[in-house]
Design a protein around this ligand. Structure first.
Ligand code: FAD
Length: 431
């Protein structure tokens, strides 16, 4: 007889949702989290799309969720060292409960999710990392080793994030190549709510912006900057491809320093107090670097299974982690009911995922990481071209004016019309 029916490693979104589902189905579940509380050791941008949470929790439960601000402005900037071109999009669809998204802070949001799991009956242990997995004589995972303890379970769910130390032991997964992973650094800047609202031109203190910066934010290398408005703080950071960063001209923390001082960003965080620094890996390779999702006695969900996409204009991992956690919990319960937690039965989780938006999205965007990595002109080239064209359009110095075509054509030729057409074609086929 095992100590628990299920052990979940990690109290991030995937882990707490899996534990919540299992506890609600009456299963004995233990969550082991290395941080001193849920959200202490992980990191996000971040904005969560609520659709997958709405399949787990009722509207009444979600009314208590510590969302920061509803995102009502999507901004994308092409950033040159001395200029910034921004598109601002807002739409009534952002207000619809099914399609809304909110900024969140892991420290508060993950604690709320963990409390939900605990209230449903899950047991939580904090401050202890799982160091390795227990296996029986047939190689089936049958528990975890955490500190001095060996704790047994019929199923172990790995929800231990992008840098899983256990995935190799569980499913034989080798670390992905550096060009498929990115590193993110972030600082959180405290400011009065009304100041934030004014600075991003939001309609109220409950509304805010999600803002991505391509180009100079990563010194022209593959990656981008991000900014999300919270209730009384601004999350500002940079995500840069690990390989691109290693070959670039500056480390990622220097990119963030420079982004903070960029003329388009500095006024947003003026006089703010830095209250948090963090760094984390982002599994940008998505489906291309996905490990096997089950083996005998073990399942992987969320970032530990590389369920994340970065499309340049949008980063998503949290709604995938929630959905995968829910499906992992439900299917672990089914396996327990039939008394067989072998890979053959846990395969039902893989099938459910394949039919869900998680795998459909990841498959749809399989070509996008390679495209973005090779799209070097997006990060150095187009931002400067746009700056030069707009400088010509908007800067008036009293010299004889030129027609628009005569102004723009020489700038377009700096990149070349064939290169532009090639990039458009590549973008259309990958994105
Ligand atoms: C800079 C950055 C920006 C991002 N922006 C966005 C965004 O705006 N929107 C979005 O949807 N997604 C975003 N993402 C991705 C998103 O944050 C992740 O996809 C999501 O948090 C994954 O959730 P998870 O539960 O799988 O893993 P995590 O949230 O990483 O949770 C894993 C948990 O496991 C614990 N753990 C790890 N190892 C062990 C161990 N051995 N023993 C015990 N516990 C362990 C960790 O402490 C952690 O609590 C961003 C990511 C980064 C890094």
């Amino acid at each position: 007889m095992s100590d628990f029916e299920v052990i979940v490693v990690g109290a991030g979104l995937a882990g707490s949702v899996a534990a919540y589902e299992l506890a609600k189905l009456g299963k004995e579940v233990l969550v082991v989290e290395r941080g001193n509380f849920a959200g202490a050791k992980n990191m996000t941008g971040g904005r969560i799309y609520v659709h997958s949470l709405r399949k787990v929790f009722t509207d009444e439960e979600l009314a208590d969720a510590p969302f920061e601000r509803k995102i009502t402005h999507e901004r994308i900037s092409l950033m040159a060292p001395d200029a910034n071109f921004t598109v601002d999009f807002s739409s009534n669809a952002m207000d619809n409960p099914d399609t809304a998204s909110y900024s969140v802070l892991h420290a508060t949001f993950d604690q709320w999710l963990a409390e939900k799991a605990e209230e449903a009956g899950a047991e939580m242990i904090y401050g202890i990392p799982v160091e390795s997995l227990l296996k029986d004589e047939n190689g089936k995972v049958c528990g975890v080793r955490a500190g001095e303890d060996e704790i047994t379970a019929d199923v172990v769910i790995l929800a231990d994030g992008a840098n899983s130390l256990l995935a190799k032991e569980a499913v034989g997964y080798e670390k992905p190549p550096a060009n498929q992973m990115a590193v993110g650094v972030k600082e959180v800047f405290e400011l009065p709510a009304a100041t934030i609202t004014d600075r991003v031109l939001a309609g109220s203190d409950d509304e805010g912006a999600a803002w991505l910066f391509a180009g100079d934010a990563t010194h022209g290398t593959f990656g981008g900057g991000f900014m999300y408005t919270n209730k009384e703080s601004i999350s500002l950071g940079v995500v840069a491809g690990i390989e691109a960063c290693a070959n670039g001209d500056a480390p990622v923390y220097q990119m963030l320093e420079d982004l903070k001082n960029h003329p388009a960003v500095a006024p947003l965080i003026k006089d703010a107090k830095v209250v948090e620094h963090s760094g984390h890996m982002v599994p940008e390779g998505g489906i291309n670097i996905m490990p096997p999702l089950v083996a005998d006695g073990v399942m992987l969900a969320g970032d530990s299974a590389m369920m994340c996409i970065n499309l340049g204009y949008m980063v998503r991992g949290m709604d995938y982690a929630v959905a995968a956690g829910q499906l992992a919990g439900r299917n672990a319960a089914v396996a327990l009911e039939v008394g067989d937690t072998s890979a053959a039965v846990l395969q039902c989780y893989v099938e459910d995922l394949a039919n869900s938006f998680v795998m459909k999205d990841l498959c749809e965007y399989y070509a996008e990481p390679a495209f973005l990595e090779g799209f070097t002109r997006m990060f150095r080239g187009y931002p400067e071209m746009i700056r030069d064209i707009l400088n010509d359009m908007f800067i008036v110095d009293g010299r004889p004016a030129k027609r628009l075509l005569n102004m723009t054509w020489p700038k377009i030729r700096t990149i070349g019309i064939f290169n532009i057409l090639k990039d458009v074609r590549g973008a259309l086929s990958a994105l």
